[in-house]
Design a protein around this ligand. Structure first.
Ligand SMILES: [Zn+2]
Length: 350
């Protein structure tokens, strides 16, 4: 179908974003800054999906979507960029997200990176970004992102949701508190997760809306910077409770932004990760390019196996292994890294 009216590129741009350009905080100039903006979204689950969708529709020029996981049916309740077909195909979330974005805004760039953010990959994955958004579900990755952002003076936004509760913090390195200023160590003991406490999709969308808006202010710059929230903000949509903790200044003696001791960036690679309560273990010991067709032939005698361009799935009761082209694997059906490692060694190689 051809467009009824052919306008110039400039006219089309101004028409598409007209309601946002009318908004005083952004205006025509702000919209151009958004178009030039580059945002990394680390983790594309529930919060990452919602943030990516909002920023893509708002016209942020480049979105780099980084995720190590694939879409499953249990994601669909809250992960708004995915549909049943993505789950049936076990599409990597980054790929499914970039495709979905291209369908509603083909004028921006949505880069898919199917990878895990680790000390070994963080520099390549977060290179040349103006703002980094947190869509992860774990503190290990958040501290790593915080180290990277503080070291390279890149603003980032912490965002998390669990149960009916959402929390967010803007980090402007060396100007406001960083994640380590507020939480010197990861919360210990019983940490609530989506698996133990469930999650309301509305809590996700609330915190994603807050984080996306703060990202727009960072990209628009100028007066909008003065509008950035300088607190650790939290809200419970079920109990209607909210709290704010001052975060306007770095904490004296902070290991990360004060002493510039980037322990998480210097950390050893993480060969095994037990994923968010999902009864699965990730194996990522070294890059091992996998030829899916050959691997399929090899595994066929041991269990059910199928693959597409992005993942190979292998079922060997009671385990399910998902292999990625770089040799990374997610093994479902155990939280025992020993079992996962031996399965990997047996079927993929040691
Ligand atoms: Zn700090």
């Amino acid at each position: 179908m051809t467009s009824l009216r052919q306008g110039t590129e400039k006219e089309k741009f101004e028409e598409r974003y007209s309601r946002q350009i009318l908004f005083r905080g952004i205006g025509a100039e702000g919209q151009l800054r958004l178009a030039a903006g580059r945002v990394a979204i680390v983790g594309c689950g529930a919060t990452g999906s919602a943030v990516a969708s909002l920023l893509a529709r708002a016209g942020v020029g480049t979105l780099r979507i980084i995720d190590r996981d694939y879409v499953e049916a249990s994601n669909l309740q809250r992960q708004s960029l995915f549909d049943e077909r993505d789950a049936a195909e076990s599409l990597p979330k980054a790929v499914a997200a970039a495709r979905k974005i291209a369908a509603f805004n083909s004028e921006i760039v949505a880069e898919a990176r199917v990878d895990d953010v680790t000390p070994a990959t963080v520099n390549a994955l977060l290179d040349e970004m103006d703002v980094i958004l947190d869509g992860t579900d774990n503190f290990e990755t958040r501290y790593l992102v915080n180290d990277y952002a503080v070291k390279n003076t890149i603003p980032w936004i912490y965002a998390a949701a669990v149960g009916s509760y959402g929390v967010s913090l803007n980090v402007l390195p060396n100007r406001t508190a960083c994640l380590s200023c507020i939480f010197p160590d990861a919360p210990g003991g019983m940490v609530e997760t989506c698996e133990t406490s469930g999650i309301l999709n509305s809590a996700v969308n609330m915190v994603a809306s807050i984080a996306a808006t703060e990202a727009l202010k960072m990209l628009v710059g100028g007066e909008a910077i003065e509008r950035l929230r300088k607190t650790l903000w939290s809200f419970d949509v079920w109990k209607n409770e909210q709290a704010e903790i001052a975060a306007g200044y770095p904490r004296a003696g902070c290991r990360t932004c004060g002493e510039r001791d980037f322990v998480h960036l210097a950390g050893e690679g993480r060969p095994h990760i037990t994923m968010c309560g999902r009864n699965s273990v990730q194996i990522h010991e070294r890059a091992r390019p996998i030829d899916f067709a050959e691997m399929q032939r090899r595994l066929e005698t041991h269990g059910m196996v199928r693959h597409n361009e992005f993942v190979l799935k292998f079922w060997r009761e009671p385990y399910e292994m998902t292999l990625f082209p770089d040799g990374r694997a997610i093994i479902k059906g155990t939280t025992d890294t020993g079992i996962a490692r031996s399965l990997y060694a047996q079927y993929v190689g040691s």
